[in-house]
Design a protein around this ligand. Structure first.
Ligand SMILES: Nc1nc2c(c(=O)[nH]1)N[C@H]1C(S)=C(S)[C@@H](COP(=O)(O)O)O[C@H]1N2
Ligand SMILES: [Mo]
Length: 316
């Protein structure tokens, strides 16, 4: 089994030129096949971001930008993988603020632009694994969730962090009665120690560009050792609590989706195996682009200790 390789690069290495190159790459991709996204979602061509290379860079081939931005799960815009790119053009991610409340000393409302200034952005390349047994390798731009948590000073009694997606049916067609699928708002949660782990990111961009609407603009959670549904998009509220929250997918079907959702090749989904995955954007006939799924999605060295003593077949 291939092990996750994390490349150490000095955090001081600012990469405006690579950002520039990526922007060129993006424009080329746009011309090649992103016509719809570009016309519909103006945010897809928003400002380049100034990120520094982080220590958390997976040394694997990046999934092409086109696949990352056209094959999405974002039920607020519809159930099909192409709905988010096609139906999110009217969504307005600016201006935006996140409310942080609950069991903290210093609750507050934080403007995204201010957060990006306060917490320098890092580019982190993470392997992402959807519960539907496909994966991508995505260069995110963001900051550690722990920085924001430090800012609000969680109380000693706080044990969990709850996240909430915006409810805006006028701009999110999947939230209107006609296409009602999940109960809104979309809710996710982490244990506080998971939320504070240095791998846990609040992403505001990818490929050096501000986050496209379909990927969760303007700010979304990224937890690379968990199934993709933990990565809640378009966050408006973060609440510290002492009770495990009921996350949306567990509420929808607790036989199939749990709270922890740690990537685990040994625990099958009731309707399919989790032992292997299809890498999106890589061609190949039949099984040629399938690869084995790794425990904790390849991040076991960093996170397995968070779960010592827990039965992960029970706590899925
Ligand atoms: N608010 C919200 N967040 C969400 C979802 C969603 O439907 N609504 N889908 C989740 C699922 S199942 C996955 S796999 C990832 C997909 O993220 P991506 O489209 O940026 O790859 O977003 C997650 N975050
Ligand atoms: Mo997913």
């Amino acid at each position: 089994m291939s092990k996750l390789r994390l490349t150490k690069i000095p955090a001081s290495e600012i990469t405006p030129f690579s950002v520039y190159l990526k922007r060129r790459e993006f424009l080329t991709g746009a011309a090649a096949g992103l016509g719809m996204a570009v016309m519909a979602g103006k945010t897809a061509l928003a400002e380049p971001l100034q990120s520094t290379k982080s220590d958390y860079v997976l040394d694997e081939k990046l999934t092409p930008l086109k696949d990352i931005t056209t094959y999405n799960n974002f039920y607020e815009f519809g159930l099909n993988k192409s709905d988010p790119v096609n139906l999110s053009g009217g969504f307005k991610p600016k201006p935006w603020a996140i409310e942080v409340d609950g069991m903290v000393n210093k609750p507050g409302t934080f403007d995204i632009e201010t957060l990006i200034k306060d917490f320098p952005l890092e580019e982190r390349v993470y392997r992402m694994r959807c519960v539907e047994a496909w994966s991508m390798v995505i260069p995110w731009d963001g900051f550690q969730l722990s920085h924001l948590l430090d800012r609000v000073e969680p109380l000693a009694s706080a044990k969990y962090v709850v996240f909430e997606t915006v409810v805006r049916p006028s701009q999110m067609p999947g939230q209107s009665g006609l296409f009602q699928s999940l109960n809104w708002p979309y809710i996710e949660g982490l244990r506080l120690d998971e939320a504070r782990h240095p791998l846990t990111l609040l992403a505001v961009g990818l490929y050096g560009e501000t986050l496209p609407n379909q990927n969760g603009a303007p700010i979304r959670l990224v937890v690379p050792w968990k199934y993709g549904f933990k990565g809640i998009k378009s966050i408006v509220r973060i609440t510290l609590t002492d009770k495990q929250p009921l996350n949306t997918w567990k509420a929808t079907n607790s036989q199939e989706y749990g709270f922890y959702a740690n990537v685990n090749p040994e625990v099958d989904h009731p309707r399919w195996s989790q032992a292997s995955e299809r890498r999106i954007g890589e061609g190949g006939f039949f099984g040629a682009n399938r690869r084995p799924t790794l425990p904790f999605n390849g991040y076991a060295d960093q996170v397995a200790s968070l779960y010592s003593g827990m039965d992960l077949k029970v706590n899925y």
